[in-house]
Write a protein that binds this ligand. Structure first.
Ligand SMILES: Cc1cc2nc3c(=O)[nH]c(=O)nc-3n(C[C@H](O)[C@H](O)[C@H](O)COP(=O)(O)OP(=O)(O)OC[C@H]3O[C@@H](n4cnc5c(N)ncnc54)[C@H](O)[C@@H]3O)c2cc1C
Length: 501
């Protein structure tokens, strides 16, 4: 086992030389490091935090919000080994093929790569996330094997398509799952308590010369590598580029003022009720639990309907409406009903519900003005904090109303029940953020429209790459980590190939 190195113990001013330097030991940084395990490449995995949480390090993530209100009850990113997988829910599903397409009705949409390019890496991502079986997140696998009447009825409508997600019984924490594997590798050195404070380019701006790092005890050192990967999360990747002003005051990779822009989340809102028809029985919609995990079906519009209606890729989940959720106007059931519900769910008997709450998850339009910039506030290392200007526009809400109108009609036609659909009201919808940070270093073929190219390389800089949800040009509705991991695994394969060439 190679012991981890506490960077605070290094001699001040040290320079470390390596082949590959990966910054950030969250899901992405760990995923990529594992792909280089026991190879001829010497790898440094750099982590800001330690093996457990501490307040001072976590405070380096403090930021200022000047945009749409966001939930700040719990941190949306975690700054120690394992990153945000120390707290995440673990819901896994890939983006849809349509999410990668250029859609004329979604401004700034279109990835340089398509779904099929990522398909082989989704399979590998499933192994990385230790999912029981990748087929379980493919809709085609389910209705055939589990002929539940109501799901069949719903998806008999050609207008509706199932959204299938899978959660392990216990969410995979990358720290506990992979730390020892990494430490056993002969070629990987983990540095803890080491914060990258600047990425330094050469005068010509086409190569990275070194990383500057600092510890909270004041020590500073450098790392020189052949290749660098930033894997610091969807917001911090952009912050590091903006803070790297050694050669360009606008920051690195930012000649066209794109870094930090097009910021998206997945706005969500509980709104709408479905009064179900008698004998409604849809265990997959409420979460089908096995010993290994929970598969849950949601509902979205088919690709054909999205194209015809020129509508965003929103989806819904349905959940039983209980009286204990405090909404007096809702019709649910009391303790007896609750116990019956869990008993039936556990024994996989038909679930009967009269009323279902509709949980809506939205795709966002990538907008230039929705962005992160640097604030005047400084963190404990003296670096400018992030300022968040998240925008949720009219199109997201308008498309949600239209989506509900179509759903209502489908539910009626399929004799599923009566849906109290959402209609535009005087009050704007109270969207919540989903802790998904997308788009701030987006992928594009042109440096005018994005920060990285189709290989995740920062435009114009031959040895700097980015991994994580910040690279998404559009975000669909899907929880993003699974797709980000597939991209990270593809990046690792690309770098292996480069080494061989
Ligand atoms: C409560 C919650 C629930 C979630 N549930 C889901 C879910 O069900 N499904 C899903 O897909 N996603 C979910 N997410 C989002 C998911 O956790 C993230 O998308 C994912 O963890 C991002 O992985 P990452 O490796 O890019 O970043 P992170 O996991 O955030 O890792 C980044 C790492 O970089 C380190 N770092 C940062 N800055 C520096 C620096 N300057 N120098 C050195 N190191 C640095 C950090 O300490 C951290 O370890 C959830 C998030 C939250 C908060």
């Amino acid at each position: 086992m190679t012991p981890t190195i506490d960077a605070r113990q290094l001699p001040d001013g040290t320079t470390i030389n390596t082949d590959l330097c990966i910054v950030g030991a969250g899901a992405m940084g760990i995923a990529i490091s594992l792909q280089f395990k026991d190879t001829t490449q010497h790898v440094c995995l750099i982590e800001s935090g330690d093996l457990g949480p501490d307040e001072a390090t976590q405070s380096l993530y403090d930021f200022e919000n000047v945009g749409y209100p966001i939930r700040q009850t719990a941190p949306s990113r975690i700054r120690y080994f394992g990153g945000t997988t120390n707290v995440w829910t673990g819901r896994c599903l890939p983006l849809d093929a349509i999410d990668f397409e250029k859609r004329e009705w979604v401004a700034n949409s279109g990835w340089p790569i398509d779904y099929n390019t990522l398909r082989p890496y989704f399979q590998r991502a499933a192994a990385l996330f230790k999912l029981p079986d990748y087929r379980q997140i493919q809709a085609a696998h389910w209705p055939l094997r589990h002929p539940y009447k109501s799901e069949r009825q719903i998806f008999a409508s050609p207008k509706l398509t199932p959204v299938v997600s899978l959660r392990r019984r216990t969410s995979l924490n990358f720290r506990t799952a992979y730390r020892q594997d990494l430490q056993r590798a002969s070629n990987i050195q983990i540095y803890l308590n080491a914060n990258v404070i600047e990425v330094e380019a050469t005068e010509s701006l086409n190569t990275i010369r070194c990383l500057r790092l600092a510890c909270l005890n004041g020590l500073e050192f450098r790392i020189k590598a052949k290749v660098y990967i930033l894997a610091c999360g969807g917001l911090e990747n952009a912050r590091i580029l903006l803070l790297s002003r050694h050669q360009n005051t606008a920051g690195l990779g930012n000649e066209h003022d794109v870094v930090g822009r097009y910021y998206m989340d997945h706005p969500k809102v509980e709104h709408g009720i479905l009064k179900t028809a008698p004998n409604f029985n849809a265990p997959l919609l409420f979460g089908y639990r096995t010993l290994q995990g929970t598969t849950q079906f949601g509902i979205r519009l088919s690709d054909a309907v999205q194209r015809r209606e020129r509508i965003l890729n929103h989806y819904i989940l349905l959940q039983p409406q209980f009286v204990w959720n405090g909404d007096k106007s809702s019709q649910g059931f009391g303790l007896g009903g609750k116990l019956r519900y869990f008993y039936r769910k556990l024994t996989q008997q038909p679930l009967r519900h009269d009323f279902l709450q509709i949980k809506n998850y939205l795709e966002q339009v990538p907008r230039r003005e929705s962005r992160v910039t640097l604030s005047r506030q400084r963190d404990k290392l003296g670096l400018q904090q992030l300022q968040l200007h998240w925008q949720v526009g009219k199109q997201e809400a308008q498309d949600l109303y239209r989506f509900h109108g179509i759903l209502r009609q489908c539910f009626q036609n399929q004799e599923i029940g009566d849906m109290q659909a959402l209609t535009p009201g005087p009050e704007p919808l109270p969207f919540l953020n989903a802790f998904h940070h997308l788009g701030t270093t987006r992928m594009s073929d042109s440096p005018r429209e994005g920060v990285i190219n189709r290989h995740c390389q920062v435009h114009g800089i031959e040895n700097l790459f980015i991994a994580g949800t910040s690279v998404f040009p559009t975000g669909g509705y899907a929880n993003p980590t699974f797709t980000a991991a597939a991209l990270a695994l593809r990046l690792a394969a690309y770098l292996h190939q480069r080494v061989q060439d």
